[in-house]
Design a protein around this ligand. Sequence first.
Ligand code: PLP
Length: 219
Amino acid sequence: MSIQENLKTIEATIPAHVTLVAVSKTKPVEDLQEAYAAGMRDFGENKIQEMCDKYEVLPKDIRWHMIGHVQTNKVKYMAPFVHLIHGVDSLKLLKEIHKQAEKNNRVIDVLLQQFIADEETKFGLDQEEIQQIMQEEVQHLPNVRVVGLMGMATFTEDENQIREEFRSLKSNFDSLKNNFENLTILSMGMSGDYQIAIEEGSTMVRIGSSIFGHRNYSI
Ligand SMILES: *Cc1c(COP(=O)(O)O)cnc(C)c1O
């Protein structure tokens, strides 16, 4: 199936209130152009250099989502144009995004990444750290706007475990939302688990391989 056919098939399974981000990491510019021609405007990348290179050559109405782990010393390269940074997992990073946003005269939207998986390898903050950042830090950082939360479930066949992890993220999201009205985005769900994520309240899914095919990391 072509990228355009894959997109159509997936879009048909996603309700209107859920935003689809096409995760194009490692894929060539031609693949993004094909998705763009099919109407896709939200693209997700996990490496800043690669996102900047693609930004340079592709149409300027694309909304670029940084979905990977971000090193503070590289924030400056994407600060002029990034649409949403999903994986903010430390106060240090949040402060650096604020600083670079200020230099660029803009407000950058971000999601705080909550650690929900049963895996050592995934990044993220815990519920208390998120609470603390929201209550004590964000008011001092006017050039960042925390618009929601992001999380990744454990890589497992156990659907119940995945569902429980998404449910705990949604529950924290809902309780925070009572006090912070800017929180509107809950980014959870990838190719393998996005349907569970939507059932559990996701408003943004990040889908790569089901659109573009499997990634080849050796190139
Ligand atoms: C790569 C990646 C995705 C997309 O994964 P697929 O399984 O290819 O859909 C989603 N979110 C994050 C954070 C990723 O790094």
